[in-house]
Design a protein around this ligand. Structure first.
Ligand SMILES: Cc1cc2nc3c(=O)[nH]c(=O)nc-3n(C[C@H](O)[C@H](O)[C@H](O)COP(=O)(O)O)c2cc1C
Length: 352
């Protein structure tokens, strides 16, 4: 059933959508979906088309049971406005955020660009979001019980020295409405945020959250999302910190600030300006980080693999590199809604 839809998406829907500004298309698609789902039975029909149910896809990790290992990466549904709209596409879990304690507008527009020749995107959104409180209200009203990750960051106006307070605030606020947490210190679009990946600030931040977590009756898994641009020695520092703070896992990786080897011309690239690159050009680096981290972290720590999964084969490659779960963002935009199903079917076929 997904084949005709894939063809329709690739040759008609995507070319049409790609004529317009990417951020406007994103908002338009959300509106359209929420209107369409009011048609009785459509929600169910879409689920029938795209959800793959099979015990073999189940993953028991982080103390949770994921119906399948394919998740939606952070940034797509920052404000948790789309949870019930996205579930019928067959995801095993969704990650909301990055959320900050206070709402903030993000960077000036345009701030999201397509690089079709490279099957990539460049974004400098800058954590545009409506703040944790709004997200909490929405999460409480959601109908689906899909696993939700809460990805948290700091407000742009918060100095790095006080960043811990922002993370702590969102951690406490979201505690009862998400299933796992992601500490995002790896976005290239908030000035100086990535300095929080350094040994001392990162140790303090994770330790503080872990202390808060341990004070709860039942603790929630905490994962750290890392950049693909870290050196091996910086990655080894992170291995040490993850082990010392006893956090539950890492997400590898966020977008890259690298621009090497792109097919898109240098002038066009320069015109886009600063931002994080996602999609195909990120694939190999992200897989390399997963392999490196799996080797050094051992088997017990969860790794969520993300970055440049553009085909089902890319998804298998991430799992074989040592990822327990995977996430997609740019590949979902380029391949359309049948992509999750295709990946799940490939995982079943590969017996992974
Ligand atoms: C437009 C856009 C916004 C994003 N926003 C966030 C974000 O708020 N927080 C975050 O942790 N990652 C964010 N990301 C990074 C993705 O979650 C993912 O790590 C990255 O895009 C690599 O995966 P991909 O190649 O499948 O897109 C964003 C990515 C894009 C393209």
């Amino acid at each position: 059933m997904h084949k005709p839809f894939t063809v329709l998406y690739k040759y008609l829907i995507r070319p049409l959508l790609f004529l317009f500004d990417p951020e406007k298309v994103h908002l338009f698609t959300i509106k359209l979906l929420s209107i369409l789902y009011k048609i009785p039975g459509l929600h169910l029909l879409v689920s029938k088309m795209f959800v793959v149910k099979n015990k073999k896809l189940e993953r028991n990790i982080l103390g949770l049971t994921f119906e399948n290992p394919v998740g939606l990466a952070a940034g797509f549904d920052k404000d948790a406005t789309m949870i019930d709209l996205l579930v019928p596409f067959g995801f095993g879990y969704l990650e909301i955020g990055t959320l900050t304690p206070k709402p903030q507008p993000g960077n000036e527009k345009p701030r999201l660009f397509r690089l079709p020749k490279d099957q990539a995107l460049i974004n400098r959104m800058g954590f545009n979001n409506h703040g944790v409180e709004e997200a909490i209200a929405r999460l409480k009203k959601r109908k689906s019980n899909i696993i939700i990750g809460g990805n948290i960051g700091k407000n742009k106006v918060t100095d790095n020295e006080l960043a811990i307070n922002d993370y702590e605030y969102s951690f406490e606020a979201l505690f009862d409405v998400v299933d796992y947490f992601v500490v995002n210190v790896s976005s290239p679009n908030t000035p100086n945020l990535r300095e929080l990946q350094n040994k001392e600030p990162l140790t303090n931040l994770l330790q503080r959250l872990q202390d808060r977590n341990n004070a709860k009756e039942i603790r929630k898994p905490i994962l750290l999302k890392i950049a693909p641009d870290l050196t091996d020695s910086e990655l080894l520092d992170i291995v040490e910190i993850v082990k010392a703070a006893k956090i539950d896992g890492i997400i590898a990786t966020n977008t890259t600030v690298e621009r090497q080897g792109l097919l898109t011309g240098p002038r066009e690239i320069a015109a886009f300006g600063a931002g994080g690159l996602s999609g195909l050009p990120l694939k190999d680096r992200s897989t390399g980080v997963i392999k490196f981290m799996r080797h050094h972290l051992g088997d017990k720590i969860c790794i969520i693999g993300v970055g440049g999964i553009m085909t089902p084969a890319d998804a298998l490659e991430k799992l074989k590199a040592g990822a327990n779960l995977i996430q997609i963002y740019t590949g979902f935009i380029y391949n359309g809604p049948a992509f999750v199903k295709k990946i799940n079917q490939a995982i079943l076929n590969a017996d992974l």
